[in-house]
Design a protein around this ligand. Structure first.
Ligand SMILES: [Zn+2]
Length: 335
């Protein structure tokens, strides 16, 4: 039993996997599958991984009428030309015209966008951003991606690179290692999963007594094996050091969002991603602390909500790009 009727095929491309699925025009995920992704064997092999995921989706849903294909990719993407410009996790595609290849092969309208923009669009059109004119979307996971949406349209900027809010620095004097992008003090470097793990390891190194004992135990006694998930597990087991690391993460996010509110004053802030979900017990703290990092006297009124779409946000977001062709995208002028 596969999906039936009109459907939109969403493809979520990552550095290690390709996820694909069918979504109807109500934003319901009807089917999904995934495939390994490996850029180390070259650009064509990586395209084949995308094709395999699309082929399987079509093959296993013979009664679905696929209308269009939406593709989402990490990194810098030019949606006007359907090009992956540069993605750290997909080094085999540089200035690579992926959308055209897929459109030609399947004879279907195809759009390609940055993954956070696509996931943010899904929230604005079908998720917890519905009913708001302006939406600020943030996905916090192994990195931090953001999207700015006005009236259910993705704000792209001059060349399609707007909305890289994860690389806003909140501490230019940061003395530790720099963010992978080269800047010091990016919110991504401080508050995404690897940053949480790094801060936990540093705290353990300077801790006295048996502080963080639970965290070390959960990492199998090896501090270097601590990940964001280990810190979460230790927090849930009542470890104080792990709890403090999460409190600090929540505070970094609040400082960052205070800037966002001053700059954009969105109608709603929607937070997704694995770490974004882990942080949900701290949402009230973030909302409260955000007020002292914003000059906006009404900052505290802005709803701060969890995303509707969890791990499938990439598939649903990619499908959202093509459900009403052109309608949801604020096209940047061409040069
Ligand atoms: Zn950065």
């Amino acid at each position: 039993m596969g999906a039936r009727g009109e459907a939109f095929l969403g493809v979520d491309i990552g550095g290690t996997k390709v996820a694909a699925g069918l979504v109807n025009d109500n934003g319901e995920l009807l089917y999904k599958t995934r495939n390994p992704m490996n850029c180390s064997r070259g650009a064509d092999e990586a395209v084949n991984a995308v094709r395999e995921a699309i082929d399987r989706t079509i093959r296993e849903n013979p009664e679905a009428e696929v209308r269009a294909i939406g593709l989402s990719s990490p990194g810098s993407v030019d949606p006007r030309t359907g090009t992956v410009v540069m993605a750290t996790n997909l080094p085999c595609w540089k200035n690579f015209g992926l959308a055209e290849i897929i459109a030609k092969q399947y004879g279907l309208p195809t759009e390609l966008h940055n993954d956070a923009n696509a996931a943010g669009l899904a929230e604005a059109v079908w998720g917890n951003g519905v009913g708001y004119d302006s939406v600020f979307y943030a996905t916090v996971g192994t990195g931090i991606g953001t999207a700015i949406l006005f009236d259910r349209q993705v704000y792209l900027g001059r060349t399609g690179s707007a909305g890289e809010g994860g690389h806003m620095s909140i501490n230019f004097d940061h003395r530790g290692p720099r963010c992978a992008c080269g800047k010091p003090g990016c919110i991504e470097y401080l508050a995404a999963g690897p940053g949480i793990a790094t801060r936990a390891r540093r705290r353990i190194e300077s801790a006295s007594g048996n502080e963080g004992a639970k965290l070390i135990e959960l990492a199998g006694g090896d501090v270097s094996k601590i990940t964001g998930e280990t810190v979460e597990a230790a927090w849930k087991a009542g470890d104080r050091l792990a709890t403090e690391v999460f409190e600090e993460t929540a505070d970094y996010i609040a400082i960052w969002l205070g800037n966002i509110v001053d700059f954009l004053e969105p109608d709603v802030i929607v937070m997704g991603g694995g770490v974004g979900n882990m942080l949900s017990p701290w949402y009230p703290r973030i909302r409260e602390y955000l007020r002292s990092w914003s000059v906006n006297p009404r900052a505290g009124e802005i709803p701060f909500v969890q995303a509707k779409y969890g791990p499938d946000s990439g598939i649903v977001g990619a499908a959202a790009l093509v459900v009403h062709p052109g309608q949801y995208i604020m096209h940047a002028p061409t040069h």
